[in-house]
Structure formats: structure tokens, C-alpha cells
Write a protein that binds this ligand. Sequence first.
Ligand SMILES: [Zn+2]
Length: 494
Amino acid sequence: MTEGQVIVGLEVHCQLDTKSKLFCGCSTDYRSDAPNTHVCPVCLGLPGAMPVLNKRSIEYAIRVAKALNCSVLPESEFSRKNYFYPDLDKAYQITQYDKPLAEGGYLEIESDEGGEKRIRITRIHVEEDPGRLVHKGTTESGKYSLVDYNRAGIPLIEIVSEPDMRSPKEARKFLNKLRATLEYLSVFDSEKEGSLRVDANISIKGSERVEIKNISSYKGVEKALLFEITRQKSLLRRGQKVDRETRHYLEARGVTQSSRSKEQEHDYRYFPEPDLRPLHVQSWVEGIVLPELPDARRERFIAQYGCSLNHARTLTGELRLANFFETVVAADPQGLSTLADTWIADTLIGELNYRTMSIDAVDPAGFTELLTLVKAGTITDKSGIEVLRVMLDQRRNTQPCETPAAIVDRLQVRKGSFAASAHSGAECLPVVDPIRTSIAEVLAEQPAAVEDFRKGKKGAFNFLIGQLMKKTRGCADPGELNRMLTEELTMKEV
Ligand SMILES: [Zn+2]
């Protein structure tokens, strides 16, 4: 390890996707319900209420332990972590302390240098989620806070890594891989808000370590770490030292801020939870059969469908995407796999990201039909992309969705029909001026895309072309549209 090297370790809290809470029968499906409607004497911490352990949550945690190559310990134990905070109604959290459920595993990620790299897992323990505070107004001007105990008692696992990551990018890859693994195990739903929260430890070799608390989205982790590296390096450059401290990440501003709280482990006065017996669950491990995990699926995609390593990595990096790919190629495994591999991993993901849409919004049958048209040579790749854009826009704007074949006919992009300048259709807009009008209309209707284009986003231009194609009902020559739109956009810039 060289001087100035960045050292990162993560503590990841994941909500387990069980039906009921960790120590009571309250439903975990609280997100769309009114505050304090999923509560009972146990999760409200009323005097005399006794916790009863949810067996399923321990099974789920063992699944994770097994997938992350950890050893489940012969005996683990719940402890009370004592502290007062309004979201913690009992004034203690039931967690695991010196006897966690599992220890000593690893997860493989793609390293910055390429190739696989092992990130060691220190431990996995089970605990309950606290409630949630809702602040009225901003932190500065807020008059009061409300508390919602619906989240109190939701089962969590905390996965603690060794400080094996050497860059914010590696931290992001670790989280992506971990998230995918948890989804493949069917124990976790990343679409649920707040289902994954991260604390990150970061230091520059030779200096003190800083803990960044409560990063509420996995996407915030890379940004928080990048900010912290810049801050720490600039302190060191000026001959100052980095304090060992806890900082909070302020997502909206993209900065970390020193926390006033200075609790240390011994302040929590941990002691074994007297209302719960120690756990002896090592024997469960053998009986738990794991499904196919991301690495195995990636290798299978390469072997079975001839995907490139990069495409296979992208496709299997998300459970929903991998399932979508296999649904599409199932129609014609020999014929479609090569095409589907590139079309999904490159084209479709790009178009979805541009529209901030998820893969769930795409109908596999329609997409398969589109690929079949491209494969049969009915349309070119380029026309195929135009058709795809129309399909996605219709879905996004909740318009009636046409079939790819209907869009092909409407845009007149069938090979040999010479789309572009075919002005025979009665509906078509024939001359240049109406196209200028359409461009002006589209630019007025899509100020955000124009703005994106100015910021250098290439996708924005393609999106505007897509909108224009729609408006001109495919009757204009795409080359001509390209030229005219470029002209309009650059003219407006001056
Ligand atoms: Zn309850």
C-alpha cells in the first residue's frame, strides 16, 4: 500500500423483506400507510411486553451469511444497546454485539485494475430498525418533529466489511454487488425507500479515520467518499491533521459535516438481552439451499448465450435486468441472444437511464418483437433505435402503446420503403417550413432536454430527434432533421 492511499470500509444496514417485524407480528408493509398504524405493545416498547423472535428473519440472515461465505457461529446472542433518542421508544435497541450471527466471509467485486478482487466481510449481525422522525420545515427553521413508529422493529442486518476498498468507485462496486446478491437471495427489495443505509469509514494511509454516518442511499456513498477524500487531502496538504471523528453526509449539499455527538462504544452500556435466549442456529446452514447468484449467472450467460464479459456483468448486475434478458431470448435462444445482449446492455439501458425509467416499464414481448424485426432485416439497427424510442416515450407518457410493427409502418422505416423522404402518405407534412415549425414546437415543449443538450448530454439530442420524428409522423428525412435541429440549437446558443 502506498503513501496517500485511500482506505475505505463499509457498514451496510439492509432491511430484510419479511412479512412481519423482528420481534412482533406487526406487518412490515408500512410505507403507504398512515403513521403509527403498524404498531403494538412490543414494538412500542410498552412495559411488560415481551419480544418473540421472527424465525424467518434469522433464515434470511443465514442465507446472506452463506452467500457472503461467512461462518455462522455456534452461539450468537442479542444485546441491548442503551441510548435515548425520540425514534427509539424503548430507549434501547435490540442488536447483536460481542456474539454476532456470522463472521469472516468475503464478496468478490471487479477491481479498479480489472479482474476480481475479494472484499473481506468482518461480520453480519441482526438488529431491529428504530422508528423514523419527520421534521417539519428545514433543520434551521423547523418548529417541531413528528415520530412514526411504523418502522420500529423492522428486521435489519448489518454487514460490516474490512477496510479493503481503495477508492470510492470500488465502494460503489461493492454496494452494487451486495445489493444484487441480496436481491437474488429474495431477502431484500432495493426499490423500497430507505431499505439500504450505509456508514462509511475512510482514511488516507497514515492519518486518522473518519466515519460518515447514515448515508441514506447507496448512490450517495460514492459522492460522500469523494467529498471526504478531497477534504482530508487538502487538510494534509496544508500541514494540518485529520481529526478522528464522526461526520454526517448532507445529501442535498453533497458535503459532510462534523457531528456534535461523541458517543463511544462503552457509552451504550451493552448487556445481553434478558428476554431472548441465545441463538443456536449453525445446524440450519446446511438445510438452506442458495439460488443461482450473480457470479454464477454471469458465467452461465457467457457460456450459454455467448455474451461478452462486460455485457454479462451488466446484465446480471441487477436481478430484474437478468430476468428480462432471459425472457427475451427464450423466444429464440439461438437467434436472439447475440442481438439481445448488445441491445439490452448498451442501447436499452442508455435509453432507460436517459428517461429515468426502470426495466420494469419495458414489455418483454414488445421488445422481443422489435429485435425480431431487426434480426429479420425488416428494419435497420438505426431504425430499430427510433422505434424503441417511440415505444419508451409512449410508455413513459402513458399513451396507448403501439406494437413495434405498427410503429415501423407509421414511421415508414421498413427497409426499401425509404422512409425518410417518402412524402406519398396523405398524412405527411410535405415541405421544409412545417419541419421548422415542428422543431420550434419541440424545443418549446422540451426545455429540460434543450438544457441537457447545452450541458453536453448526447442523449438529449437523440431524445429531441425522437420527439421530432413523432411530431412529423416519420415523414421527414432523419438526416435532414439532424442537420436542421443542430442548426436550430446552435443558432439559439449564440
Ligand atoms: Zn409490533
